[in-house]
Design a protein. Structure first.
Length: 273
């Protein structure tokens, strides 16, 4: 078993052990949540295809596996930005939450971005921000999404996309967590249809599509967990709830695909016809 595979199994074990369900009684007393999404500095994208799996040796011909992974990684980075990966989890999850309190009173994401000086550029902060800066906005709880690792890997000639990280909700004042959900989606382990790395090298949008599907699946799962069925005081929509009532409607659109960058030096071999 390779070191990467072993680490993957450890990660999956930790995912199962570290989860914390959101109790309805906790959500009942949340008044004004803020949503934050970030991506760790060395999160990726990573290509762990050719060095991890010698099934491609003949197709690579004289190209070294390390160099092949470097070229593929450059293509992955060109298909979807770190900003897009991080933001999609936050935006898509928020849009699926029911129109009831406390979500109707969530802090405007633009104000969160301004206070934390984040999301205003294509990059997002790698380090955890100073959450206490949100206190003047009336924030009492924070919902945070963190991407720790993503990219492509392969096993026995079957490649696929993967993403790992965690999301949580905690009280701003004492930082006590009331919800935690480590996540890991690995298309290779799921036995999904292979994502041909050579085809991705020629058409990086294939990786973008795979990432979008995984992030949207996770968002649906998160939205369900943030809607516990044991609430006692869920407040329905109030027509005159004030300016924050339209917070979901004011949510900024999902990031769009950037202009394609200049071709990176070197290409992978052509995919099989």
């Amino acid at each position: 078993m390779t070191r990467h595979a072993l680490l993957g199994l450890v990660a999956l074990f930790l995912v199962g052990c570290a989860s914390q369900r959101l109790a309805g009684r906790e959500l009942d007393v949340v008044k004004r949540p803020a949503f934050i999404s970030r991506i760790e500095l060395d999160a990726g994208p990573h290509s762990l295809v050719f060095r991890e799996d010698d099934s491609y040796r003949d197709k690579l011909k004289k190209l070294e596996p390390k160099e092949a992974d470097r070229r593929l990684q450059s293509k992955l980075a060109s298909s979807v930005t770190r900003f897009e990966v991080s933001e999609r989890l936050r935006v898509t999850t928020f849009r699926q939450l029911p129109r009831e309190q406390p979500w109707l009173n969530a802090v405007d994401p633009a104000r969160v971005a301004s206070v934390l000086e984040s999301f205003l550029v294509e990059e997002v902060p790698a380090n955890a921000p100073d959450y206490d800066l949100l206190a003047p906005l009336g924030t009492d709880a924070v919902v945070e999404f963190v991407i720790q690792d993503y990219g492509m890997r392969s096993k026995k000639g079957r490649a696929g996309a993967y993403v790992r990280g965690y999301t949580r909700m905690f009280w701003l004042k004492n930082k006590r967590e009331i919800w935690r959900h480590p996540f890991g989606v690995d298309r290779v382990e799921q036995g999904a249809e292979t994502l041909d790395p050579f085809k991705v090298g020629k058409d990086p949008s294939l990786f973008r599509q795979a990432m979008t599907e995984m992030l949207d699946e996770l968002s649906t799962e998160f939205a369900q967990e943030l809607t516990p069925d044991d609430r006692q005081e869920a407040t329905p929509v109030v027509p005159d709830a004030g300016p924050e009532a339209d917070a979901q409607g004011r949510e900024r659109p999902l990031p769009q695909k950037p202009e394609p960058p200049e071709p990176a030096p070197g290409e992978l071999p052509d995919p099989d016809s």
